[in-house]
Design a binder for this molecule. Structure first.
Ligand SMILES: [Zn+2]
Ligand SMILES: [Zn+2]
Length: 110
């Protein structure tokens, strides 16, 4: 222990501090950015996109007409009649009014 001089001790201390700072830097950075995000009021629900995809049409804005059973039946009928392209029938999604997304309720209030 007596071999360690004050300067060596100081150097060791500085080195340890630098090492700690290097290790802690990413954590501090992520911590700060997290708190910044929180203080900036970024939306948990939409991630500040201010839009939420429609669950009914899955963001497409249109839905197929009728249920799958009826659809298959109609498809068979059309196919047997030689129509063929009956599966192109879609209708506007009423839930999102064919837009495929909603305004985020969390963001639209602020
Ligand atoms: Zn939002
Ligand atoms: Zn929709």
């Amino acid at each position: 222990m007596d071999n360690i001089t004050a300067s060596e001790l100081a150097g060791f201390g500085v080195g340890t501090l630098l090492l700690c700072a290097t290790i802690a830097a990413p954590k501090i950075d992520s911590f700060i950015s997290a708190t910044q995000r929180r203080s900036l009021g970024m939306c948990k629900r939409c991630g500040d996109l201010r839009l939420i995809a429609c669950s009914t049409c899955r963001g497409v804005g249109s839905v197929k007409v009728g249920g799958p059973i009826r659809f298959d039946f109609m498809d068979d009928v059309f196919r047997s009649l030689g129509g063929g392209e009956s599966d192109a029938k879609t209708t506007q999604c009423t839930k999102c009014r064919a837009r495929g997304h909603f305004r985020c309720p969390d963001c639209s209030t602020s």
